[in-house]
Write a protein that binds this ligand. Structure first.
Ligand SMILES: *[C@@H]1O[C@H](CO)[C@@H](O)[C@H](O)[C@H]1NC(C)=O
Ligand SMILES: *[C@@H]1O[C@H](CO)[C@@H](O)[C@H](O)[C@H]1NC(C)=O
Length: 418
C-alpha cells in the first residue's frame, strides 16, 4: 500500500528537483542563538553519464567568476582557471562519446555555482548580524568547513561561503580552510572502496529479504518497459537502482533540452518521452524510501551517514559543554548524504534531494536549557521524538540522546553473510 500512497502524493510535472530550494527561515526570537550548522548537496552539475548520440550541451565555464576567498585577493574558486572544452567537430572522440559544451563528467555548472551563491546571500541576510548566529565580521576560527574531496562539492562550498562572508566582512587575509578526508576512507557518502561490506549486503537484502514485494514495481508495467527502453538508449545500469537514467534525463528536462532519440535497427527514429521520464521519476522516488530506510534491523541510513551525523552532533555537544568557540559548521556533500540524514532525522525523504539541498540545525539557549530546531529545504522537521517546551521547541538533550543511538560502531560494517 505504501507505494500507492506515495504515487498519489507525487504530483506530475512537479519540477522541484530542477530549482534551488527556497530559503525563508529566520532565527526563533526569544531564544539565544548558540550554534548554526548546515549540510548541503553540491549545486547543479553535468550528468555523470553520456551516451552515443548525446546532443546535450552543458556550461561549466566559471573562469570569469573569480571571487576571492581572501580579503587581499589571494585565492579564488578551486580550479577556476581550468577550462574544459568539448568540440564535437574537431575532437576525434567527442562526437559519439561525450555531450557538448564545457564540462567534465559531473562537473559543477555555472548554474550550480550560482545556486549556492544565492543560498549564501539568503543565509547571510537572516543569520548574520549582532545578536544573531553569526557575527557581522568573520574570524576564521568561528567556522568549520568540511567537504568531500570532489571538485564540484568543494566549489559549491566556496561559492556559498564567499556569499555568506564576502571579502569585506573578513579579517584581512582570512582564508577559510576546507577540510577533506581521502576518498578511500570517506564516510560522508557511500564508500566506494568497500570500507563497509555490511552496507552493500543490506542493499542486496532489500531485494532478497526485506522489501521483495515493494521493490517489485520495476518488473511491472509501465515501469518495466520504460526501464527496458532506457537500457536500449543508455546502456545497462549495472546496479540495482537507476540513478544513471534519472541523472541524464532530469538534466534534459531541467535544461529544456530535446529528449534523446536513437536510430533503431530497422532504421527508424525512436525517442524518449517526457511522460516516460515522469514515470521513471515516480519509480525512483518510490524506491528511494526503501533504499534509505533505517531501523534497528535494517540500519541502512546509519551505515550511509551515521558517522557523518556523529560529527554534526559532536559540535553540538562541545558547544553544550563550552568546549568550542565555533559558531558555524558547514558540511558539503551529496544527495546520497542528504537522503540518509533526513531518514535518520525521521523527516520526509520521499523525493530526491534537489541540487543545493540543505539541512539546517539551529541550536539555542534559554534559561540554561539548550534547544534545537532542524529544517530541510525550507520545511521544519517535526522531531516528534523530542521532548518539547511550551513553544514546541525541541530540547536539545532529548534530541542528542535519541540521535546518538543511531551512530553505528565500526564493527556494524562487518559482513554477516558468508
Ligand atoms: C579570532 O578568534 C580567535 C579565537 O577566538 C582569537 O584569539 C583572535 O583574537 C580573533 N581575531 C580577531 C581579529 O578578533
Ligand atoms: C525494521 O523494519 C522491517 C521492515 O519493515 C521489519 O520487518 C523489522 O521488524 C523492523 N525492525 C524493528 C526493530 O522495528
Amino acid at each position: 500500500m505504501l507505494w500507492l500512497l506515495l504515487l498519489f502524493q507525487l504530483s506530475l510535472g512537479d519540477l522541484t528537483y530542477c530549482e534551488v530550494p527556497e530559503f525563508t527561515f529566520k532565527p526563533v526570537s526569544g531564544y539565544k542563538p548558540v550554534l548554526l550548522q548546515m549540510v548541503f548537496r553540491h549545486g547543479d552539475r553535468s550528468p555523470w553519464l553520456t551516451y552515443k548520440g548525446d546532443q546535450a550541451t552543458y556550461d561549466c565555464d566559471i573562469s570569469q567568476q573569480v571571487r576571492f576567498l581572501s580579503a587581499q585577493g589571494m585565492e579564488s574558486y578551486e580550479f577556476h582557471h581550468i577550462k574544459t572544452e568539448v568540440d564535437k567537430e574537431k575532437m576525434v572522440f567527442a562526437k559519439d562519446n561525450m555531450y557538448g559544451g564545457s564540462c567534465q563528467m559531473g562537473q559543477l555548472t555555472r548554474k550550480g555555482l550560482n545556486q549556492l551563491a544565492t543560498l549564501g546571500d539568503k543565509v547571510r541576510a537572516s543569520y548574520v548580524g549582532d545578536n544573531n548566529f553569526l557575527p557581522t565580521y568573520m574570524n576564521i576560527s568561528d567556522i568549520y568547513v568540511r567537504s568531500t574531496k570532489v571538485w564540484r562539492v568543494i566549489q559549491s562550498a566556496e561559492s556559498f561561503l564567499q556569499h555568506l562572508y564576502p571579502s569585506y566582512s573578513r579579517d584581512p587575509d582570512a582564508r577559510i580552510r576546507v577540510n577533506t578526508v581521502p576518498s578511500e576512507i570517506e564516510y560522508a557518502v557511500y564508500n566506494d572502496y568497500g570500507m563497509c561490506p555490511r552496507e552493500a549486503e543490506l542493499e542486496k537484502e532489500l531485494f532478497d529479504k526485506w522489501f521483495v514485494d515493494e521493490l517489485d514495481l520495476r518488473h511491472k508495467e509501465p515501469y518495466a518497459s520504460i526501464l527496458a527502453k532506457a537500457e536500449r538508449f543508455f546502456g545497462v545500469c549495472n546496479y540495482n537502482w537507476y540513478d544513471a537514467y534519472f541523472d541524464i534525463l532530469q538534466e534534459i528536462q531541467c535544461n529544456k533540452l530535446e529528449w534523446p532519440c536513437i536510430d533503431t535497427e530497422s532504421g527508424e527514429k525512436e525517442c524518449f518521452t517526457e511522460e516516460e521520464f515522469n514515470k521513471l521519476v515516480e519509480l525512483v522516488y518510490h524506491d528511494g524510501v526503501y533504499r534509505f530506510f533505517d531501523n534497528d534491523t535494517i540500519p541502512l541510513a546509519r551505515l550511509d551517514a551515521g558517522w557523518f551525523l556523529r560529527d554534526i552532533l559532536s559540535f553540538q555537544q562541545m558547544k553544550h559543554e563550552g568546549k568550542t568557540n565555533v559558531k558555524y559548521t558547514h558540511f558539503h556533500a551529496h544527495d546520497t548524504t542528504i537522503y540518509p540524514l533526513v531518514s535518520l532525522l525521521e523527516g520526509d525523504y520521499s523525493s530526491w534531494p534537489p541540487y543545493a539541498s540543505y539541512i539546517i540545525f539551529e541550536m539555542y539557549e534559554k534559561d540554561s536549557e539548550y534547544y534545537i530546531r532542524v529544517g530541510y529545504n525550507n520545511k521544519l522537521l517535526d522531531l516528534n521524538f523530542c521532548s518539547k517546551d511550551e513553544n514546541g521547541m525541541c530540547k536539545w538533550k532529548s534530541f542528542f540522546d535519541h540521535m546518538s543511538k543511531k551512530i553505528p560502531k565500526s564493527s556494524d560494517c562487518n559482513a554477516q553473510n558468508q
